[in-house]
Design a protein around this ligand. Sequence first.
Ligand SMILES: NC(=O)c1ccc[n+]([C@@H]2O[C@H](COP(=O)([O-])OP(=O)(O)OC[C@H]3O[C@@H](n4cnc5c(N)ncnc54)[C@H](OP(=O)(O)O)[C@@H]3O)[C@@H](O)[C@H]2O)c1
Length: 524
Amino acid sequence: MSSPVPPATPDTVDPGRGNGVTESCTIVVFGASGDLTQRMVMPAIFRLARRGLLPPEFRLIGYARTRLTDDEFRALMRQAAVREPREGDEAAWSDFAGRLSYIAAEYDRGDLQGYGELARRLEQHGSGAGAGARRLFYLATPPALFAPIMNHLSDAKLAGTAYQRAAGGWARFVVEKPFGHDLASARSLNAELARNYDENDVYRIDHFLGKEIVQNLFALRFANAIFEPVWNRTYVDHVQITAGETLGVEGRGGYYETAGALRDMVQNHLMQLCALVAIEPPSEWNPRAVRDEKVKVLRAVRTISPGDVGSSAVRGQYGAGFIAGEPVSAYREEEKVAADSYVETYAALRLHIDNMRWAGVPFYLRSGKRLPKRATEIVVEFRPAPHTPFLPGGAGGSGVRPNKLVATISPHEGVVLQVEGKLAGQDMQLRRIDLDYCYTRDRKAAESPSAYEHLLLDALRGDPTFFARADEVEAAWEIVQPVIAKWAAERATDFPNYAAASAGPLAADKLLARDGRRWHSPEE
Ligand SMILES: NC(=O)c1ccc[n+]([C@@H]2O[C@H](COP(=O)([O-])OP(=O)(O)OC[C@H]3O[C@@H](n4cnc5c(N)ncnc54)[C@H](OP(=O)(O)O)[C@@H]3O)[C@@H](O)[C@H]2O)c1
């Protein structure tokens, strides 16, 4: 007798792509009137629908306080999702729009009838075997509302283990960043969610993990014989991870004043990239194996003691300057920013991973606003060749540069392996050769899903591989917590300490210069 096929769980789910969602389902977006919904979430869902990846019985319910009728909500979402209409968009939109509806209601305070209305709508969509039984709740609200909304949904039996047992469907949550404000608040949010929900139903989103090039790091490392043997302390000199923006806070000064570069970028996005570069090969390709390895490597990051913060971390804040010839304000002159703000708009860290693979190899992380170039990249710099006949300035030689693997995440996605080669001609002159793969030139990749599409599809299919688990988020907070504490206790006295469009504070250059290294420049 053949045994029944076990239901897909996060440990067994087939992470194969290309297949859409076949089971009918409903997405409920909380904060549906907001910026994130309009810029990222709705365009991604519409593209999934347009590409035929959502089930025929798909429904979407927007939920927010702003008074809108269903039609007004559809019109707002159309503006957001069909910005530059392409052939076929009109027909696709009219089918998609019919699947949208809206609930104008409170999330947590006052009259909470919205949850009752939500229950009725889900019931209408078919709670038994229909779209209403399988629910993805997207929390695109301010973070303070994540736990209250999830608690109300549990109280209303619209989600949670009791719901899933009774209804035979599923209810999952996509939880936006920031997940916590520090280690203590992240722990407490995790504990609160765990009261009503199984960890497998909580999808903490970090859109960097939905990027093709980031996911490709796994393929590069674990599907090629040439990289794994050199991916260690014997051959790698150091690793740099940079997220630079030319933009300032763009009207989000109120939010940024509570965050800063360390919380906004380093604790989540850069730490995720660091974990992916440094991860040990998972024993198999499934969400648990991959995320177990990420947690292991994050836990191996050496704790920065309060006494070491000064030598391992650098903070900066931009002053006024010129970008493309136009004057731009200092951070302290931005809207909703305190005139004496000590919030950092630039943060750099030097980390050490205390394990067999990485002992002695520094990982330098930096993120800043108002830098000269928008560039997010990972640079793995290899040690120089142990011996070479090509000496700097020597016969026929022009010096030998170390090999680098550069994975660019923005402004385009691609990987370059920098090697030394011979300049065509009589003499033995060396030049750098870029073995270059650019995703944006690859037609298939250009058509492939955006980060939000990737991740939404994964969540709908029950695959949490590229979402952060509770212990992973806490491990990342643990790394930055001593720096947060020190910086809060000792306010910066030199802010602003870099001009807009400059390369960042001088102290960040010194952080590497002390180790005899320098930051990779995106122009390289
Ligand atoms: N925007 C981004 O680029 C971005 C990027 C990454 C992560 N995130 C995260 O995604 C979430 C949503 O971001 P967002 O930029 O869309 O936020 P938002 O526009 O400020 O807020 C989303 C919606 O939440 C409701 N809201 C706002 N402030 C509220 C308050 N104090 N009390 C109750 N409801 C409030 C508003 O809808 P109603 O008034 O109609 O209820 C608003 O339209 C946040 O957690 C943010 O940290 C955003």
